[in-house]
Design a binder for this molecule. Sequence first.
Ligand code: GLC
Length: 559
Amino acid sequence: MSQHTVNSTPEYPVSTDWWRDAVIYQVYPRSFADADGDGMGDLKGIRSRLPYLSDLGIDAVWLSPFYKSPQADAGYDVADYRTVDPMFGDLADAEHLIRDAHDLGLRIIIDVVPNHVSDQHAWFQQALGAGPGSPLRKRFHFQPGRGPNGERPPNDWESIFGGSAWSRVTEPDGSPGEWYLHLFAPEQPDLNWDHPAVDDEFRSTLRFWLDRGIDGFRVDVAHGLVKAQGLPDIGSRDQLKLLGNDTMPFFDQDGVHEIYRGWRTVLDEYGSERIFVAEAWTPTVERTALYVRPDELHQAFNFHYLSAYWDSDELKDVIDSSLQAMRPVGAPTTWVLSNHDVTRHTTRFANPAGLGTQIGAAGDARIGLRRARAAVLLMLALPGSAYLFQGEELGLPDVVSLPDEARQDPSFHRADGQDGLRDGCRVPLPWAVDGPSCGFGPAGSWLPQPADWGSLSVEAQQERADSTLELYRMALALRRQHPALGAGDRIEWLDAPQGVLAFRRSAGDGQELVCTANTTGEPVRIGRHGRIKLASTADAVQIGSNHAWLPSDSTIWWV
Ligand code: GLC
């Protein structure tokens, strides 16, 4: 790195909290690695691939749910929070996985799903059997219906997966009875967080896993636990369009924060190294910041960043507003480009702007990959923590050609085939060029892999200097060598032509890094910023004594 120092660049102390600048890799257990050959990934499979994750250069792994579940929503419908689903292994496998990860210096974050349980959870089964008015129903939102015979749902809320957010039960005596709330699938009844038993149960579950050495929890639907008093109607508006943009009576209610303040005291009993990360879709970055106040959760995914397109103005706005919103609460920003709920960013950026995060079209794959490689170098030059979604290091696109009969996303069936697009990012990983499931396991895979999947595999990309996998490895190695890169909460913007982002970061020890991202489809001339340390493209970069030509859709780290 350059020894040249510019006095206007402040030096930030390198943080001692590991999570403030950590790069955390999401493993989606069904689709990562299958050890037993049933076509479904499992904990032994993940364990066998830990050395790969360690070599990649990440700090921690977040595992999506592997608990006992009927799998109505790929494990986000939990029937027992303290049992491993036999499909994934058993508790001993989980313990071995945690131990092996720790031996390699990797931390393990697991999912906790507090907004709802599976309809097969003992509590819900007891509530159904106990009948109307029973205290056992008070742990959920059971209500009589509207209309003369209670035949209409108690309010107009719609499920995120389509249709009404209420389902009617048949009472033990066989009569049509009360309705229960489910913001997601009918197999996922919402818990009533006003009931003290609910919080007690979750605190005890947190301890169960903390006692097994877990380093943190990703809190599923963290913004959903508290519902507005009286469960008021929303009115005749397009509810799906309001999600994430507007205040909803079931999302981002102020009452959720008290729950997290309580949870934080539980976590802190286990020292200062364990963390919570919130999945909280909120209307503004300022609302997101409330979840990471000093006595609440540690991180919250920056979905405003994830939702931004590959566009310099949009990106600059969201970077600035996010850093600014987090500053007063003293939390880092948690950048993320992809996860198991959205179209992979390779495919989002292959399509035109304005389509959102759920896209069923392949677009221009070459441009998409080029932009995705540029986007990750931009993200990893920003201060704060960053999450990666399994397979993005291979540049995987979304699989948009899945046959309908293969799709398992519950929203596909609930929304008359209009949705269900989340399966496309969940197709099992290709590890090898050949083999029945490209090295995913000894047999097939639960979602069909495309014919050319093997050409994107780890085997095909490793040690190939221009591969996306090696780009990730190099970028992550540089972040490790220069921890100051992820530290602090400020960046120094530099003048740049339209369509280009340019900023300077301290790289520690008086060294600096300039990151330039050209979001346009044309080469752009800029002033020269030193020499190239890492580039997202193998294209030759023309460099003069005072200027450089940035290739189209590319990011360069200069030192
Ligand atoms: C979260 C999960 C998603 C799941 C939903 C319901 O948004 O990330 O996959 O469907 O919660 O649990």
